[in-house]
Design a protein around this ligand. Structure first.
Ligand SMILES: C[S@@+](CC[C@H](N)C(=O)[O-])C[C@H]1O[C@@H](n2cnc3c(N)ncnc32)[C@H](O)[C@@H]1O
Length: 216
């Protein structure tokens, strides 16, 4: 897999990745990590777990990768791995994921999590262990007005997501358990860079959270 270390991109082989997995108590995979702010936050909060921040665009991850590479005494995070890859073509070395996060997806990643690219959801399930947890947050502005990637899907609600999206997830090996709107405070707690782009209006919720699991 291609690891972004800051200015450089280096190859991490299966043996090296396996050793990292073995050294930690779990693996969180943040797909479409963007600038990696959420992944960095997680890695700091959960030093015992390996956090893999993955994005199809490498340049936005450079800053966080540089910070993570610093001496741990100076805020470095040896448990954060920034990986340059697309969700459609996950690195062959990736395995052992105990928690999958996909926050505010756009583009082909949004299509994928809406089930319009079943291979993506199955591929993501394939790198996870049985019992792995799933967290997706959808930025509902993607439907206001609808971007092309949402296709035929109307804006999901907590009720409709469990009816319309759950079967697509089930076909890929995921059980969708819950769907709920997040308030501004809950969105801020995720440390996603997209918080500031969302409305603070309380009349309309902007983010729908989906949670689930790979049944063991
Ligand atoms: C709106 S940003 C969200 C970034 C971050 N999750 C956050 O909440 O701040 C969407 C990210 O998804 C990435 N992305 C889109 N399609 C992707 C794909 N097929 N595979 C991997 N990353 C993808 C984009 O490069 C972008 O960084």
């Amino acid at each position: 897999m291609r690891r972004v270390t800051g200015k450089q991109v280096v190859e991490v082989g299966a043996a090296e990745f396996d050793a990292m997995v073995e050294r930690h108590d779990g693996v969180v995979l943040d797909v479409g990590t963007g600038d990696g702010k959420h992944a960095f936050h997680l890695a700091r909060e959960r030093p015992g777990e390996l956090v893999v921040a993955l994005d199809a665009a490498k340049d936005n991850m450079r800053k966080v990768a540089t910070k993570a590479a610093a001496n741990p005494k100076k805020g470095g995070l040896p448990n954060l791995l920034c990986v340059w890859a697309a969700a459609e073509r996950l690195p062959a070395e990736l395995r052992g994921v105990t928690e999958l996060h996909v926050l505010m997806p756009w583009g082909s990643l949004l299509r994928g999590v809406l089930g319009s690219d079943p291979a993506m959801l199955s591929g993501l399930a394939g790198v996870c262990v049985p019992g792995a947890k799933l967290l997706i947050t959808l930025n509902l502005h993607a439907w206001r007005p609808p971007v092309p990637e949402v296709g035929e899907h109307p804006e999901p609600t907590p009720e409709s997501a469990l009816v319309d999206l759950a079967p697509r997830f089930a076909a890929a090996g995921w059980r969708l358990d819950d769907a709920r709107y997040l308030d501004a405070e809950a969105v801020a707690a995720l440390s996603t860079s997209w918080t500031r782009r969302l409305n603070s209006s309380r009349e309309r919720f902007d983010v729908l959270e989906l949670t689930g699991v790979i049944p063991s």
